[in-house]
Design a protein. Structure first.
Length: 51
């Protein structure tokens, strides 16, 4: 049983966000598209990059 809050973004959403950012979209626009804060987006992208 996992405790704590559910992740704001699924791994698929994080992969999609990374593709959009690499294609030249601003992180602010990507965060707005996904409905999360820019800081949440940065954190999620960094966590996936580390694994």
């Amino acid at each position: 049983m996992k405790l704590g809050r559910k992740p704001a973004l699924s791994p698929e959403q994080v992969a999609h966000a990374r593709k959009l950012i690499e294609a030249g979209d601003s992180p602010q626009a990507v965060a707005r598209l996904l409905g999360v804060a820019r800081s949440t987006l940065y954190k999620s992208v960094a966590e996936i990059a580390e694994t």
